[in-house]
Design a protein around this ligand. Structure first.
Ligand SMILES: [Zn+2]
Length: 265
């Protein structure tokens, strides 16, 4: 099914400049706020890409490998949460995938009640086997339920990211924390690559392409306060030079992903 959007999710603008056509997606930039998104796309093509590229089976060894490969990233994200919110009794991870972040969070705060939203039944089965206590939701509750909600490399896949930000705000407890990561359109490597070859635009399931300003506006409009882009030097096992380059890229806003923490109050 062809879907065509008529307004910008960040500012509700209706005038756009076409910037790329990649597979079924017509990608535009909003003339008012600069937000980039797929104005037109074919949901059948996108669903096929999900089937082929994400969790085609409950293939445990492949999912374990993915979790192992990204352990340091998840530990770093856990530290961002506990550094900003020392007491967490409940967490909801939206788009939990193979559950790597949840597993690290459980190690960090064993008593926290863990919840997840994940559309792939194969991934849900995998996570349930690893952490039986995880409760799955199909949609967000319309009452205050969680101290922390995380949305890691997921918002770029959604048709209505602004709507989800509002639902997350509603489902957070007063003072609750929202942890968000998205691919960065200003990633330095994008400058010398064709758009279709970049991680950000090249993924056929990506519909939204975030830079700092439209993303911060979307968070503010949803009601979030104390919106902070995380710029830090990682500890980890990688060489110092590599971690320092990553720090500089984060500092100048040209890192591969944007990482934010925002609060409900
Ligand atoms: Zn706009």
């Amino acid at each position: 099914m062809i879907v065509e959007r008529t307004e910008c999710a960040a500012c509700k603008g209706t005038a756009f400049t076409s910037i790329a056509r990649i597979d079924s997606r017509e990608i535009v930039a909003c003339q008012n706020c600069g937000f980039q998104f797929a104005k037109k796309f074919d949901t059948d093509t996108i669903n096929k890409s999900y089937q082929n590229e994400y969790y085609p089976s409950p293939d445990a060894p492949r999912m374990d490998e993915w979790n192992l490969k990204n352990t340091e990233v998840w530990q770093s994200l856990c530290n961002d949460v506990t550094g900003a919110a020392p007491s967490v009794s409940s967490l909801l991870d939206i788009g939990a995938g193979t559950g790597g972040f949840l597993m690290e969070f459980q190690k960090k705060i064993p008593l926290a009640k863990l919840n997840a939203v994940e559309s792939s039944s194969n991934a849900r089965e995998f996570v349930s086997n690893k952490i039986p206590a995880v409760q799955f939701f199909t949609d967000l509750p319309s009452s205050e339920e969680f101290d922390v909600i995380s949305l890691l490399q997921t918002m770029e896949h959604l048709e209505e990211p602004d709507l989800l930000c509002k639902k997350i705000f509603t489902a957070l407890n007063t003072g609750g924390l929202f942890l968000l990561t998205v691919p960065n359109t200003a990633f330095l490597k994008h400058l010398w690559k064709k758009k279709e070859n970049t991680l950000c635009y090249g993924n056929p399931t990506h519909l939204q392409f975030f830079g700092t300003r439209p993303l911060e506006k979307m968070l503010r409009d949803a009601g979030f306060k104390r919106i902070t882009r995380i710029v830090k030097m990682e500890k980890g096992n990688a060489a110092f030079s590599r971690r320092f380059i990553q720090y500089l890229a984060r500092f100048f806003g040209v890192s591969s992903e944007l990482r934010y923490i925002a609060f409900k109050s």
